[in-house]
Design a protein around this ligand. Structure first.
Ligand code: SAM
Length: 175
């Protein structure tokens, strides 16, 4: 199975702690393998690793990456890159093609303004509507379209706890 990772650009430690953590948690929950963070923020690494430790799976977070180098190395290793942006081609137009490609996939999401070079360095600029919204919503929808809903059945190996779904109330079991 090919690898699918996220590259988070533009993270501002003092402002984006919650959103970037949620980018990582969304990526993990919806079947991605890991997140590269183009900023130094050990708090984010710690909080996502803590979730992985308790809820299982193999998701990694690497902070302090140089984004240009990350994209370059990904491509040198034969991977492809998709950038989620409201200026890209509509997800419905490109997602089948992206899914059918066998190469590892790096998905870029921004925070505030994404450097202009990114738009020309990637294989696909992909929009989830051409309206402005959020990196969390666009990532969630893109991953769901990419994996065609199969990510919902993902098993998180090595979990210490898991939810026992119930219609009324809430139940968490320790394993
Ligand atoms: N104005 C910023 C820009 O031009 O780059 C966008 C800021 S937006 C709050 C943060 C991120 O959400 C973007 O970098 C992009 O990854 C994602 N995003 C926002 N709207 C999107 C859309 N309609 N389709 C895909 N991604 C979107």
């Amino acid at each position: 199975m090919r690898k699918v990772c996220i590259l988070r650009l533009g993270h501002r430690p003092e402002r984006d702690l919650r959103v970037t953590t949620h980018v990582g948690l969304t990526a993990r929950a919806l079947g991605a393998d890991g997140m590269y963070l183009a900023a130094e923020d050990h708090g984010i690494v710690d909080s996502i690793e803590d979730v992985v430790e308790r809820w299982g799976g193999e998701f990694f977070v690497e902070n302090n990456v140089k984004w240009r180098q990350c994209i370059k190395q990904w491509k040198e290793k034969g991977g492809i890159v998709a950038h989620l942006t409201m200026y890209g081609l509509e997800v419905g137009e490109v997602v089948d093609e992206v899914r059918e490609r066998p190469e590892d996939l790096l998905i870029i999401v921004g925070a505030e303004k994404v450097p202009g070079d990114v738009y020309g360095m990637v294989d696909y600029n992909v929009s989830v509507t051409n309206q402005p919204h959020s990196e969390i919503s666009s990532l969630a929808i893109f991953l769901d379209r990419l994996f065609q809903g199969q990510e919902m059945d993902h098993k998180f190996e090595g979990a210490k706890i898991r939810v026992e779904p119930c219609k009324v109330g809430k139940r968490v079991v320790e394993l």
